[in-house]
Write a protein that binds this ligand. Structure first.
Ligand code: PLA
Length: 457
């Protein structure tokens, strides 16, 4: 019997010995009982087979890199000293360095020095103060929904995790499984919702001809959506287009959606990054809450507090009554517990420390405004430089668009050319992260765009 354990043709006696020891160990315990149940198919056979050659995963097909995060993977492999990463939406300083906000460092110091803080598990719903202040941040301190105690807020893993928990909740408990997302939208949206089991449809949003909002198309598509359908709305600084509805247009969208009973699901990943004001950027969400109706909102602190890798975010579900909100929260716990049990403590403690303290909150708003202003100034510099260079095309959309990204209108061949010839990395849809640009790198980008539009058609 033991002969079965021999590896045919194996020359490594060390491996042989370890394998034999392992199989003996298995044979002494579980294997013998399995053998007695099924004498023709022993565990020995499967152990030797997997060591013999073919992996049990040998049929796995290699997956493509993520269209956004894969840009960074390619960028990291490029040895060129002039390379520039305008792919992922991550803020960089004028020196091209990632930024940790001073107020975040200050909050971290306080946390580290506070010996009463421990590392116990948070509740399933996360840090209570974090949830309370996050809801206030997006809905406003005087929000009727907060005052009426009818918001269920749970701490989640940044914006993505908040969207995913919201999607799972809807798939389990909401009568309509259809969600409408804008065309185009952040590339992860359709995957998040489809993975949760929702059916995903698009509504018209961007008009390539005007490089602006296709408002008519949007109204028509939402107008013909079935009653009760969920609608994903970017709260501000639409990704990838940088095109937002005006407040008047938001009001029309609100009226249409409420009249048809469509359920708004806001993705708020850039609060404060669009205008530099946290309150102004939350205005569209607050309009929908002010009418007393229900909605979902996913918040991320990745960009506006620079907490990318800390994975801090919140999902809020605004309900009609306190009782419904508390039942909703009880079900959110059932979604979260088998997914990741409870959220991490550190990032949420940073956010809560800052949001709770008036002085730190103010310091944050100043630093946030400085980031937003630097992005706005990069728009102006890029636009001016393209004009000065005489690059063919109307580039006014660069200064009209809002938030972290410019949707340049460059096609995928032009993008590939810029990457190959100029080592400039961006997503293939022509989106560039303005936050990755600096005064020093504008001339290089302008050279690349000029060459792309004059040489690659
Ligand atoms: N929603 C939108 C609209 C986003 O653009 C992003 C991030 C998220 C949610 C999720 O962010 P979070 O999970 O980190 O909080 N979009 C980035 C990064 C900045 C990415 O693709 O993950 C982007 O480059 O588009």
């Amino acid at each position: 019997m033991r002969q079965q354990f021999q590896l045919p043709g194996a020359h490594s006696s060390a491996i042989d010995r370890r394998l034999s020891a392992l199989v003996r160990h298995l044979g002494d315990s579980s294997a013998s009982s399995m053998e007695s149940q099924n004498p023709n198919q022993t565990i020995y056979a499967s152990v030797t087979a997997s060591f013999n050659g073919d992996s049990v995963f040998s049929n796995i097909v290699r997956a493509p890199e993520d269209p956004i995060l894969g840009v960074t993977v390619a960028f990291n492999k490029d040895p060129s000293p002039i390379k520039l990463n305008l792919g992922v939406g991550a803020y960089r300083t004028e020196e091209g360095k990632p930024l940790v906000l001073n107020v975040v460092r200050r909050a971290e110091q306080l946390i580290v020095n506070d010996r009463s803080r421990v590392k116990e598990y948070l509740p399933i719903t996360g840090l209570a103060d974090f949830n309370k202040f996050s809801a206030k941040l997006i809905f406003g301190a005087d929000s009727p929904a907060i005052q009426g105690n009818r918001v269920a807020t749970v701490q989640c893993l940044s914006g993505t995790g908040s969207l995913r928990v919201g999607a799972e909740f809807l798939a389990r408990h909401y009568h309509q499984r259809l969600i409408y997302i804008p065309l185009p939208t952040w590339g992860n949206h359709p995957k998040i919702f489809a993975t949760a089991g929702l059916s995903v449809k698009t509504y018209r949003y961007y008009d390539p001809a005007t490089r602006g909002l296709n408002f008519q198309g949007l109204l028509e598509d939402l107008g013909s959506a079935p009653s009760g359908a969920v609608v994903l709305l970017h709260a501000c600084a639409h990704n990838p287009t940088g095109v937002d509805p005006t407040l008047e247009q938001w009001e029309q969208i609100r009226q249409l959606m409420r009249s048809k009973g469509l359920l708004p699901f806001f993705d708020s990943a850039y609060q404060g990054f669009a205008s530099g004001s946290l309150d102004a950027d939350a205005q569209p969400v607050r309009m929908f809450v002010a009418d007393g109706g229900e909605c979902l909102a996913a918040q991320s602190y990745a960009k506006n507090m620079g907490l990318y890798g800390e994975r801090v975010g919140a999902l809020s579900i605004v309900c009609k009554t306190t009782d419904v909100a508390s039942r909703v929260e009880s079900q959110l716990k059932l979604v979260i517990r088998p997914m990741y049990s409870s959220p991490p403590i550190h990032g949420a403690s940073i956010v809560a420390t800052i949001l709770k303290d008036r002085d730190m909150y103010n310091e944050w708003t100043v630093e946030l405004k400085a980031m937003a202003d630097r992005i706005i100034s990069m728009r102006k510099q890029l636009f001016d430089a393209l004009r000065a260079r005489g690059t063919p095309g109307d580039w006014s959309h660069i200064i009209k668009q809002i938030g972290m990204f410019t949707f340049t209108g460059l096609n995928s061949e032009q993008v590939a050319f810029m990457t190959n010839e100029y080592h400039i990395y961006m997503t293939s849809d022509g989106r560039i992260s303005m936050a990755g640009l600096s005064s020093k790198t504008v001339p290089h980008l302008v050279d690349a765009i000029h060459a792309a539009v004059t040489r690659v058609v």
